[in-house]
Design a protein around this ligand. Structure first.
Ligand code: GLN
Length: 393
């Protein structure tokens, strides 16, 4: 383990000295903490963390190394990585490399030897904020200069990061088992386990780049549409909101996860806002209002939808009645939305749970059932004479 020093600087001027970890150099981003005791590999490769310096509250990180099977996307996305005590040895039968190897290979500047509990309390009190890690030659910069660099970095508010993480070309994941139909997935930073769960429900999954238009969606001849998780401020994604309004007007059944939930909220006419320090972890309690069941969920969000959690509300954008379906039992933040007059719903948390508990996997079944129910209704509708000339001949 290196003794090379490194420094973490917060925009409020707090400084933490530690050891260089992963790639050397300078990195800037929003400092956020994640409380999962396991699943660092899934966290690092979740595109939703783009632009964020992730602080792990679990003190010992890296024990099980890295493998190719548990990656949630094509690379590691975090802007920086802060840990207390990196494992000196890798011990797992599936490990192919060490965490340090992968941080270096992906150019992720990290820092170790940090009192991550103190840092987490700082972020809880002061809120998520801009930060920088400086190692290698950058560690020698003057403290004032480092702080100036951190303060001139981009703020997460107003940031649209979709183009940085989305696929450039569309691709298809084949349906597993009997095919229901084509599903249009807007890739705003999608995780591979989400695509797998959708394919396992019988959807032929057509993943579209974030720049897709309503014509691109229609060209797939989809039975339904899905919006993924992703990084950035949902308030800065007007084009995706307009596209979703078009999808809803086409009466396609819709499901959204996390960023997809925030954009669904906006499409319905609600606002979004920034949480003080967000929800990131794999033991977040959520109430499903319909069943009264509490789910322990996997979460990673810094923004939320602004909507009353108790009442049925008229969608301000004219999509009929809407209700908050789930909310957080820690702080009453909106964790799910359901439209009552159109076939559409979304959740703020991660039913694909990579990593995390599988309590919420049922939502993928609920989506499949919604699509099948919609089809049944359509098939039962009497056809009009104009649509079916032969029968009237
Ligand atoms: N995981 C996500 O989709 C995160 C959504 C959004 N970027 C947020 O931080 O709230």
């Amino acid at each position: 383990m290196t003794t090379e020093s490194a420094v973490l600087v917060l925009e409020d001027g707090t400084r933490y000295t530690g050891r260089a970890y992963g790639a050397r150099g300078r990195t800037l981003g929003e400092a956020v903490f994640a409380t999962g005791m396991s699943g660092y590999q899934e966290t690092l490769s979740d595109p939703s963390y783009a632009g964020q310096i992730v602080v792990m509250t679990a003190p010992h990180i890296g024990n099980t190394g890295m493998n190719d099977e548990d990656l949630e996307s094509r690379r590691l996305w975090v802007a920086g990585y802060v840990v207390r005590d990196p494992s000196r040895v890798v011990s797992n039968f599936r490990a192919q490399r060490s965490l340090d190897d992968d941080l270096v290979a992906n150019g992720i500047v990290g820092i170790s030897g940090i009192d991550t509990r103190a840092l987490t309390r700082r972020i809880r009190d002061a809120g998520a904020m801009r930060a920088g890690i400086f190692s290698g030659e950058e560690a020698a910069l003057d403290a004032d200069e480092q702080l100036e660099i951190v303060r001139s970095a981009a703020d997460m508010r107003g940031l649209n990061l979709s183009a940085e993480v989305s696929t450039l070309e569309g691709y298809v994941v084949p349906a597993v088992g009997e095919k229901i139909g084509n599903l249009a997935v807007l890739d705003l930073g999608v995780k591979s386990s989400t695509l797998r769960y959708l394919a396992e429900r019988g959807f032929e999954v057509h993943v579209l780049p974030q720049s897709a238009t309503i014509d691109d969606v229609r060209a797939i001849d989809p039975v339904a549409a899905f919006y993924s998780n992703g990084p950035g401020d949902p308030g800065a994604s007007d084009a995706h909101v307009e596209l979703l309004q078009g999808i809803l007007r086409d009466e396609l059944p819709f499901f959204g996860i996390c960023f997809g939930n925030q954009l669904f909220g906006r499409a319905l006419g609600f606002g979004t806002y920034k949480l003080p320090f967000g929800h990131r972890g794999i033991n977040q309690p959520v109430l499903d209002k319909a069943t009264g069941r509490v789910e322990i969920t996997s979460q990673n969000h810094g923004f939320a939808v602004e909507a009353p959690i108790d009442d049925v509300i008229e969608s301000p954008a004219g999509f009929g009645r809407v209700e908050v379906s789930h909310f957080s039992l820690n702080d009453q933040v909106v964790e799910g939305l359901r439209a009552l007059d159109i076939p559409a719903f979304s959740v703020q948390y991660h039913p694909e749970a990579a990593s995390g508990p599988h309590d919420s996997n049922y939502l993928f079944d609920r989506f499949r059932d919604l699509v099948l129910e919609r089809r049944r209704q359509r098939d039962e509708q009497p056809t009009t004479p104009a649509e079916n000339p032969e029968e009237n001949a």
